[in-house]
Design a protein around this ligand. Structure first.
Ligand code: AMP
Length: 145
């Protein structure tokens, strides 16, 4: 899918937000949701989405949505850093299929990195759900109020 097009209400993240599909949630409020990526590029890979916007990508997004999302990315990153103690942390965001986007609901990736541990391939290799639950609980426990 290119940068243009209509928002699909049945995309995977819309289903997760509606509760029609399961997800391992880290935290949420009325505006944003942070949940574990099931095909993680590293242990602890989290996705952050808006629960209210129908933006497919960065170009579509309302300024308010972006403000809330980036605040949520920072809050989640701080908790991840405290909980998992990575040596580094990558924040990525893809726009359009040629850029690597596979789910067309705007989202940010937060990927912890450790020295000497190579980054996994994008959207490959499903994680163990119990491991994801443990990681989500660790990150959630480190959230600042
Ligand atoms: P992108 O390629 O930037 O659109 O990212 C989509 C991400 O969603 C990929 O990293 C996938 O691993 C992840 N993903 C796909 N399906 C699910 C799902 N049901 N629950 C959690 N993450 C998912």
């Amino acid at each position: 899918m290119s940068l243009d097009g209509a928002y699909d209400d049945d995309n995977i993240f819309a289903k997760i937000i509606r509760g029609d599909m399961p997800a391992v949630k880290v935290w949420e409020d009325d505006q944003v949701l942070a949940f574990m990526d099931v095909f993680p590029q590293a242990r602890g890979h989290v996705l952050v989405v808006s629960k209210t916007s129908k933006a497919r990508n960065l170009l579509d997004a309302e300024a308010k949505t972006l403000g809330r999302l980036i605040g949520a990315v920072q809050k989640t990153s701080r908790a991840m850093s405290k909980a998992l103690k990575p040596d580094g942390l990558v924040v990525t965001q893809f726009n359009g299929a040629p850029a690597g986007q596979t789910v067309f609901h705007l989202h940010f990736h937060i990927i912890p990195r450790w020295d000497g541990v190579p980054l996994g391939r994008h959207a490959e290799g499903m994680a163990d759900v119990d491991d994801l639950k443990g990681l989500a609980a660790q990150i959630a426990a480190a959230l600042e109020a």
